[in-house]
Design a protein around this ligand. Structure first.
Ligand SMILES: C[S@@+](CC[C@H](N)C(=O)[O-])C[C@H]1O[C@@H](n2cnc3c(N)ncnc32)[C@H](O)[C@@H]1O
Length: 328
């Protein structure tokens, strides 16, 4: 007999699977076809992303690590000037390997005792829930598995304390600039005046450096993109032949948009959850945007979404910035 908790968990998993199926089929019926990059992250996708973070071409992680490890104390001081004691919420926490340095210092200085990592990957939340209390004794970890906004609302129901929200890894770049304004404005609505946001932006730089980061020679980013087709095969009873799709990243230095596509190598039909989806030869599936910003665009985003810029932290090359904002 199933326990009430097991039953509750099963229904959440089943619900997530139904939403995944609906989003995949709707996206592949659109013109142009698209898949949402939030679905990259199952257990295989999480492991591939951790490999990407170590790729020589993927400068983003090294730059952000440079900031969070090299300027931990300055960041903590800047946060605590506005928020001496608070709850820390991280949107899309991933393996928390970069935020670990901040968490450690915030815990040491008594600024936090509870950390709410939010992630759409069930696997990553289970890992964090297990590993972090061992690595950082005394830290309460309340993992929240689900969508950013739903889980931020859930965190707000658990605690009424002042909040600092972290959104690292240039995940804001996975929205178009217009979507980013909407996203930050929604985020602002869920927070109180005085709450803070620490947000990581990848800055515009040599276009080739950017494009190479999404086209590593070892083919890990390619495998990361193709894994979403494999995930559809595994979870939605699909029959994609992944050898018939090619990874195609692009970067437009005029708009700062880096986009990844999978290109169908021939005319083909694919079965997904009992439905047939047809692809033309050379037809693209739009997989992901990774938007690159200028400092002016970042300040504009803050002001259009109800935040006041407090401080910019840069890596030594000035390729990346983690920015501290406060709710107006
Ligand atoms: C690019 S990774 C960044 C991970 C980490 N923040 C870092 O900087 O290394 C994005 C993370 O956000 C999660 N994610 C993506 N879309 C999400 C969504 N809509 N809601 C919640 N989590 C999401 C993914 O599962 C993944 O762990």
């Amino acid at each position: 007999m199933r326990t009430a908790l097991a039953y509750h968990n099963t229904t959440i998993v089943e619900k997530q699977l139904l939403v995944f199926e609906k989003d995949v089929l709707e996206g592949l019926r659109e013109v142009p076809k698209r898949l949402h990059s939030k679905y990259f992250y199952d257990a295989t996708g999480d492991a591939l992303f951790q490999q990407i973070m170590h790729c020589q071409e993927y400068y983003l992680t090294r730059c952000e690590m440079d900031i969070l490890r090299g300027q931990t104390e300055q960041i903590v001081r800047a946060i605590r000037r506005q928020a001496p004691v608070f709850d820390l919420v991280e949107l899309g926490a991933g393996d928390a390997s970069k935020s670990f340095y901040l968490l450690k210092e915030l815990l040491r200085t008594g600024a936090i005792d509870t950390y709410f990592p939010i992630d759409i990957s069930r696997n990553i939340i289970a890992q964090l829930q297990q590993s972090l209390p061992v690595k950082l004794p005394g830290l309460q970890v309340t993992g929240l598995n689900g969508e950013y906004m739903d889980m931020l609302q859930a965190a707000g129901q658990i605690t009424g304390r002042q909040k600092v929200v972290m959104f690292m890894g240039s995940s804001i770049g996975n929205f178009t600039p217009a979507e980013a304004v909407q996203f930050c404005a929604k985020l602002r609505q869920q927070l109180q005046p005085g709450d803070m946001l620490m947000i990581g932006f990848d800055l515009r730089k040599n276009p080739k450096t950017i494009l190479d980061a999404y086209n590593d020679k070892a083919g890990i980013t390619r495998a990361f993109n193709l894994n979403l087709l494999e995930r559809i095969n595994r979870e939605l009873d699909g029959n994609f032949d992944v050898s018939q799709f090619e990874h195609y990243p692009t970067y437009d230095p005029l708009t700062g948009a880096c986009k990844s596509f999978l290109i169908s190598q021939k005319e083909q039909a694919v079965e997904i959850a009992g439905q047939t989806v047809r692809f033309g030869a050379n037809e693209p599936i739009f997989m992901e945007i990774s938007q690159k910003y200028t400092v002016e665009e970042i300040n504009e985003l803050a002001s259009r979404s109800g935040f006041r810029p407090v401080e910019f932290f840069y890596d030594s090359k000035r390729w990346f910035t983690d920015v501290l904002w406060q709710c107006r």
